[in-house]
Ligand binder design. Structure first.
Ligand SMILES: C[S@@+](CC[C@H](N)C(=O)[O-])C[C@H]1O[C@@H](n2cnc3c(N)ncnc32)[C@H](O)[C@@H]1O
Length: 317
């Protein structure tokens, strides 16, 4: 365990230290992004992390709900955590405050976990990791270290809020894009979940996954898919989301992974996303999946596309 001071929350609002064991490559970029210059809301979020009340007699359980047991001023805790709205990935339960997130990410984890043979001791990269929920699950599954990257600074701040209590610095959430990871870096396992359909060049994304995976390592690719004969290329939005460039058929995901160089490529799961799995809550009050479905026919999105289905594909380098 590394003390919180090494995480670098100094005077409550500045990350300015970098633990020696982390690779140096993202240091300056990462530190520079914990700033008002990178995101205007940073001071407000940093104040929230600083103002979190202490928890007495803390103990931690990594799932399915990431649970921090202990006693605190629950009213102040809930109020402060809500400054980090919207909470999308979880669930978390902190000293009796249950963060009901937009997603039941534990359900996605259950589908992924069947692929994780021999996960003990692995060093993992989680691309587009959100607030790091899956990182905690990966540690529980035996990972040695998880480096999560996500350019959305709010999610990094949510991770800091959790880390302020847990102080288990085997799980990182850094405000970086996949494009910024040097091609020389390699990991025992690389996860890309919910990212590829936002990439303009999905073939290049699979090539990046290959290059970032060490020889013999595992890649896990999760994507929206269509259960159809051909890929869907939305002309406008898909399920109210901007920047969805291609919703492939599962066989297309396999082909991209094989073309990138992976072997033993297989689809391990295809599941429809239900409104039980993704919906608005008190902790994510914006519109969510229910509002993205056609009220007359929930098999379709409001744009008339097939309703969201997701597939998980694995490959070995
Ligand atoms: C749909 S969410 C998926 C989150 C999580 N992996 C999951 O499966 O629940 C996609 C995430 O990718 C992040 N993202 C967007 N562009 C990215 C990039 N270039 N590199 C890494 N992450 C990115 C977003 O900020 C967002 O948190």
């Amino acid at each position: 365990m590394v003390p919180l001071s090494q995480l670098g929350i100094v005077s409550g609002d500045r990350l300015n230290d970098w633990p020696a064991h982390l690779p140096d490559w993202p240091r300056d970029t990462t530190l520079g992004r914990f700033s008002e210059a990178f995101h205007g809301d940073y001071p407000r979020w940093a104040n929230a992390v600083r103002d979190l009340p202490p928890i007495d007699a803390l103990s931690v359980d990594y799932g399915p709900t990431i649970t921090l047991n202990g006693t605190t001023d629950c009213i102040r805790l809930e109020e402060t955590l809500k400054h980090l709205h919207p909470w999308r990935k979880g669930p978390f339960s902190i000293a009796g405050v249950h963060i009901e997130t937009e997603w039941r990410s534990d359900w996605k984890w259950d589908r992924v976990a069947s692929a994780l043979h021999n996960f003990t001791g692995k060093r993992v990269l989680d691309i587009g990791c959100g607030n790091g929920y899956f990182g905690w699950r990966m540690l529980a599954a035996g990972a040695r270290e998880v480096i999560g990257i996500d350019p959305t600074l709010l999610f990094c701040m949510q991770h800091l809020a959790i880390q302020k209590y847990i102080q288990d610095f085997r799980n990182w959430v850094l405000p970086l894009r996949i494009e910024e990871i040097p091609a020389t870096e390699q990991f025992d396992a690389v996860f890309s979940m919910g990212v590829i359909y936002h990439r303009r060049d999905p073939v290049a994304h699979c090539r990046d996954l290959f290059n970032l995976t060490a020889a013999g390592g595992l890649a896990v690719l999760e994507s929206l898919v269509v259960e159809d004969k051909k890929n869907l290329i939305p002309t406008g939005r898909y399920a109210r989301m901007r920047n969805v460039w291609c919703v492939p058929i599962p066989a297309q995901l396999e082909e991209w992974m094989c073309d990138a160089g992976f072997t033993d490529v297989k689809v391990i799961d295809v599941s429809r996303t239900t409104i039980d799995e993704q919906h608005s809550t008190d902790w994510m009050t914006f519109e969510s999946l229910p509002e993205a479905l056609d009220p007359e026919n929930p098999d379709l999105t409001v744009e008339g596309h097939p309703a969201p289905v997701r597939a998980i594909v694995t490959g070995i380098r």
